[in-house]
Design a protein around this ligand. Sequence first.
Ligand code: GUN
Length: 296
Amino acid sequence: MIMKTQAMQIIDGKQVAEEVLAECRGDLGKLRERGVTPGLAVVLVGDDPASRVYVGSKARKCGELGIYSRQIELPAETSQDELLGVVRELNADDAIHGILVQSPPPKHIDEATVVRAIDPAKDVDGFHPENVAKLVLEDPAGFVPCTPAGCMRLIASTGIETAGAEAVVVGRSMIVGKPMAHLLMAKGADATVTVAHSRTRDLAAVCRRADILVAAVGRPEMITGDFVKDGAVIIDVGINRVDDSSRKRGYRLTGDVAYDEASAVCRAITPVPGGVGPMTIAFLMANTIKAATLRG
Ligand code: GUN
């Protein structure tokens, strides 16, 4: 008997992100002909080191593409009212098409209130209730959150048939888990979706059902090899800092998936870093361009 063996695929997020960015460059060229330069404002409250890295990468990517970017760094003591004032100014600013307030904010700030203050037409994160509704209603005019949009594109890049497939999303966050579940079940993707979370009974058994496994819990390497179905496609959204004294910076980055164990079983997997991370930034650029295109 001839056994058909298929090599395990490491899903190259940088390469797929480049494809998205190439599309962005085309769209930017069309906007430029109309005299429009998209503008993105990124607001960071406090000095969380990981958030600072993300915000820096977003600004750098804007610079590379020729998107105007404004980085607004506010001290950790900034009051909610002050932050709401900044958001209102950005809502009224014609040079700004997209507004992103980096999550998580300091504890004294109610994130839901801040998100609701952002003009939905500038909500490039897709977190405003109006955009959440559009996602659920499958209205293409809304903004889809960047990380789940990126994960869908990575899944598509593997060539796996999503229609009728069993998809398990581990994590029910507003930023990733919930929107991811909606995208997977939407018409066109047509997956059968299970959302698992911290209260799920026998998580390993639930995950082993998955043809497509999306891990978005923020717990280093909690998805071990025994959670993985033979031939599954794994999207690892986790970016966890784990102490590592052998590294100069004192930590290493690891996903929510135990990569070596999982990759012995699965058909395709995203690495950390270099998997989902570059996709989030690429879709933030795409959403900012979409906001500018819709406003005209
Ligand atoms: N923190 C982690 N991911 C994100 C994101 O996509 N948007 C915002 N605003 N904050 C985040």
